[in-house]
Ligand binder design. Structure first.
Ligand code: C5P
Length: 215
């Protein structure tokens, strides 16, 4: 299969040196890219700014902002059989970033924000028969929130996790996830390393792909 993965945070500029971002390290999405490549798939990884190295054998497209991530994914999607959207896209961006560094005294007391587009929703018209997989990092009401996102974003599956649970979430190498699919009971996976979560997810994508015609 040709698998398109997004990973990492996005960075939304305030000025030439400052930005808004989030705690994503890219570990989970990079693990998905690695597992997919190891399983023999052709992988494109659209990667926000992260400190860790992407895996060998994966084509990497580096992006910074949510709008750049959307453009890169839109360009890559036609060639893909599946999209795994593991990136932690910033929900908002400063409305009017300054092209140069603002001096301390020039910094406004409040920064006006605008909403970033929902990338998965924006790509939905291009979905066709492709498998779309989202991630839902939650801190409360995990399964209900994830189920709403599954439906609202029109996904084939969503990988939900409580980022406050021990062994789960950002900056750790393990994860505890529940996989939700439309019309199926939620499937809770045990505490696994992120690479093992990724391997199980890739195996699930392979199964789903055999159940549908190619895009
Ligand atoms: O709505 P929420 O951000 O919790 O949804 C998470 C899922 O949606 C993830 O798969 C994430 O990559 C994706 N997402 C997106 N565009 C956004 C925000 C999140 O595609 N602007």
């Amino acid at each position: 299969m040709k698998i398109l993965v997004s990973a990492g945070p996005t960075r939304e500029p305030i000025d030439a040196v400052r930005f808004l971002s989030n705690r994503s390290t890219g570990r989970m999405g990079i693990a998905v890219a690695r597992a997919a490549a190891e399983a023999g798939h052709e992988v494109a990884l659209v990667l926000g700014p992260v400190a860790i190295e992407p895996p060998d054998g994966v084509r990497v497209v580096r992006v910074e902002t949510a709008l750049e991530m959307l453009a890169a994914l839109r360009a890559e999607l036609p060639a893909a059989d599946a999209l795994v959207m593991a990136a932690a896209v910033a929900d908002f961006r400063p409305a009017a970033p300054a092209a140069r560094k603002l001096h301390k005294g020039e910094m406004p007391a409040a920064i006006q924000l605008v909403r970033n587009p929902d990338i998965l929703a924006g790509l939905r018209p291009l979905k066709g028969n492709r498998i779309f997989c989202g991630f839902a990092a939650e801190t409360d009401d995990v399964l209900a929130s994830a189920a709403r996102k599954l439906a609202r974003k029109g996904l084939d599956l969503i990988v939900a996790n409580d980022v406050t649970a021990p062994g789960a979430g950002f900056a750790v190498d393990t994860n505890v996830v529940t996989v939700l699919r439309p019309g199926a009971a939620p499937e809770r996976w045990p505490l696994l390393s992120k690479i093992d979560v990724a391997r199980r997810l890739v195996a699930l994508l392979e199964t789903l792909a055999t159940e549908r015609p190619a895009p």
